[in-house]
Design a binder for this molecule. Structure first.
Ligand SMILES: Cc1cc2nc3c(=O)[nH]c(=O)nc-3n(C[C@H](O)[C@H](O)[C@H](O)COP(=O)(O)OP(=O)(O)OC[C@H]3O[C@@H](n4cnc5c(N)ncnc54)[C@H](O)[C@@H]3O)c2cc1C
Length: 297
């Protein structure tokens, strides 16, 4: 076993570093002072292919089918982005780990088809809400609940500290909610996709945190927020069906993507300044619900 990165990974690291130096480093301190979440740069990270490193090609991802499913590349990217700005590092980490991965891993085919292309392209972001004011590490103490009413889930409750949940490009949050009781009185916790803009769902004012000022973090509240979807039969281990939100239609981008680096398969920037000069270096360019995936926010 070797712990050395491959030449391709090292080249990939240099490409991401060049991007981070050009696009993020010069502005990071000012963003931090201004508590500014730079959606344009987040979308450039997406255009570069960074949100799609662990996603299959059918959703616009890199399709890195190697032994690690693209996670080594993702770790390298987070390291290099985080090297110049921790806020953008966590933004990338949460976009993939908390936004894309629960849907990719547990979503239905329809949910993947609807939500993943724009998330994988980095055009939109998704949050994952486990933590609550009264239940942080203790997922079993979740108080947010979802009741099945006339073919819809009616969600009530609150979440806190939720990354990427209230930006102008956030299209949805996936939240854990109590949907019943299991044998022995243990709570049944399910995960539900709630599109941004759903009446009754509010991303409250962003936190004034001690650090990570340029990362988008909000408390969320749900007051009779309704999403269509039939109550699932046991085992309730999948994300719940949700409707197509009328104001946020999915955009399936089927334009061919360039590769981030010729030696790595997968997508890369569409018309970023540096892809116009292919030989040049980039210069502009949980613990969770028992049924979902680890969180790390
Ligand atoms: C900037 C930021 C972004 C975040 N983003 C997200 C997000 O996107 N989604 C999300 O769901 N959450 C998010 N979180 C929440 C984060 O995951 C929680 O802070 C974390 O789960 C801990 O919860 P808590 O803060 O309520 O602490 P608590 O659960 O109260 O724990 C406090 C301390 O006690 C310890 N502890 C707790 N229970 C036990 C026990 N039984 N035995 C021994 N030790 C214990 C914990 O390890 C911890 O050290 C974010 C937090 C921050 C600060």
């Amino acid at each position: 076993m070797t712990f050395e990165l491959s030449p391709e990974h090292e080249q990939f690291r240099r490409s991401v570093r060049d991007f981070a130096q050009a696009e993020i480093a010069p502005h990071a301190a000012q963003w931090d002072r201004d508590h500014h979440f730079p959606t344009d740069v987040v979308q450039k990270m997406g255009a570069l292919g960074l949100m799609g490193l662990t996603a299959p090609e059918e959703y616009g991802g890199s399709g890195l089918a190697g032994e690690d499913g693209g996670f080594t590349s993702l770790c390298i990217a987070i390291e290099e982005i985080g090297r110049v700005d921790q806020s953008m590092g966590i933004t990338l980490e949460a976009a993939v780990g908390l936004g894309i991965n629960p849907i990719l891993t547990y979503g239905t085919a329809a949910q993947k088809e609807e939500h993943l292309p724009s998330l994988v392209a980095g055009e939109q972001l998704a949050g994952f809400g486990l933590t609550e004011p009264g239940a942080g590490s203790d997922a079993g103490a979740t108080r947010t609940k979802a009741d099945p009413v006339e073919g819809e889930w009616v969600v009530n409750g609150a979440k806190q500290f939720i990354t990427n949940s209230g930006s102008s490009i956030t299209s949805l949050v996936t939240v854990t909610a109590k949907t019943g009781e299991r044998e022995g009185g243990r709570p049944e916790i399910s995960t539900i996709i709630i599109p941004s803009g759903t009446p009754g769902f509010t991303a409250e004012k962003a936190y004034d945190k001690l650090g990570w000022h340029a990362s988008d973090t909000h408390p969320l509240s749900f007051e009779d927020a309704r999403v269509r979807g039939q109550p699932a039969r046991r085992p309730r281990s999948r994300l719940r069906p949700v409707p197509r939100h009328p104001r946020r239609r999915p955009r399936r981008d089927r334009r061919p993507r360039r590769r981030l680096h010729p030696s790595l398969p997968g997508p890369v920037a569409r018309n970023t300044p540096w892809t116009a000069r292919p030989s040049a270096a980039p210069s502009a360019a949980s613990r969770a619900s028992p049924s979902v995936s680890p969180t790390s926010g």
